[in-house]
Design a protein around this ligand. Sequence first.
Ligand SMILES: Cc1c2[nH]c(c1CCC(=O)O)Cc1[nH]c(c(CCC(=O)O)c1C)Cc1[nH]c(c(CCC(=O)O)c1C)Cc1[nH]c(c(CCC(=O)O)c1C)C2
Length: 365
Amino acid sequence: MIHPKHSYFPQLKNDTFLRAARGEEIEHVPVWCMRQAGRYLPEFRESRAGKDFFETCQSPEACCELTLQPLRRFPFDAAIIFSDILVVPQAMGMDVQMVAGKGPTFPEPLKEPEDLQRLQVKVDTAKELGYVFRAITLTRHKIEGKVPLIGFSGAPWTLMSYMIEGGGSNTHSKAKRWLYQHPEASHMLLKMLTDVIVEYLLGQVAAGAQALQVFESHAGILGPAEFKEFSLPYLRDIARRVKDKLKEAGQDVPMIVFAKDAHYALEELSQSNYEVVGLDWTIDPLSARERTGGKVSLQGNMDPCALYAPKERISDIVKKMLEGFGTRGYIANLGHGVYPDMTPENIGAFVEAVHQHSKQMIKQI
Ligand SMILES: Cc1c2[nH]c(c1CCC(=O)O)Cc1[nH]c(c(CCC(=O)O)c1C)Cc1[nH]c(c(CCC(=O)O)c1C)Cc1[nH]c(c(CCC(=O)O)c1C)C2
């Protein structure tokens, strides 16, 4: 059912991505790329030049423009709103800056459990993150129903690790120390994050997001036992609570969980209330299908570095990937984001290969 508030949005012309998320019949396999709006595009670099990253995130017009740029070049089957996962810690009262050449930086990260007192427990998402909602609504109009618009959030553990590390890290040992020294405070923080994320995702759907992806980018730094204790319950809780609330409003929005390097938890992830499980490139497509037993649609998982290969090679790699996953209940993507030094033309070759090979395969069924 279309939410009354949404009825004025332009009609969706290509719903292939949504159908694949639900395991329904499609004419070609849908494809989009994580970080499809990014520095590999000269027009992105031009739009972003000289501007502060988070100020850009706070401008609905800028987010809309950056989201639409890749769609002007390539026939992607979905768009993801330009924003960042770290707007959530900001909304909870933490200072986060994007430092050129270094990435996101928290000048005052959480050090000890008493630092949790610095955080806003009850976040008014409409007030603190309203700029994301406005960006989504604007983009949903400007996209003119070409493809669905995906909203997203970082998952609790990934956000917790940034809040404690203060930025990117190889070992994540500061954040992991909390799990072993302060398990109760860790759960308290994860719970606080979960509550904000649920409200944030619901706000995105109310604003016009047609699918949601939850990024657990730092899953791989946890082992199976820690993942089961500190990540999985919160991932499940988020999907359950978002879905229950949407159901009350007569809405149904597919949700994707992308837990990078969590190959050890594939079975659990396929039973976590998400319609789609996103995969990084370390998982073999066929074995991912077997291990998830047809319970979910799968998304992924070409090694982003394969985009450095000549176009014919990209086409062969895509063909093998499609044969491994099969064409039903499958969304083609990379196993992680596009890198800034990649050639736009090769992204085009990737998209075209997915469409061409999958059309052929579907015809032969
Ligand atoms: C393009 C971009 C983004 N964030 C950052 C950049 C590069 C800086 C710039 O362009 O100025 C900094 C930016 N933001 C972040 C990083 C990683 C830093 C690190 O941990 O080393 C950087 C360089 C943190 C971040 N931010 C995000 C994640 C989860 C996905 C992933 O695992 O990569 C993470 C971990 C999400 C994110 N971030 C972004 C999107 C936009 C939509 C799209 O994909 O097209 C999304 C979905 C946008």
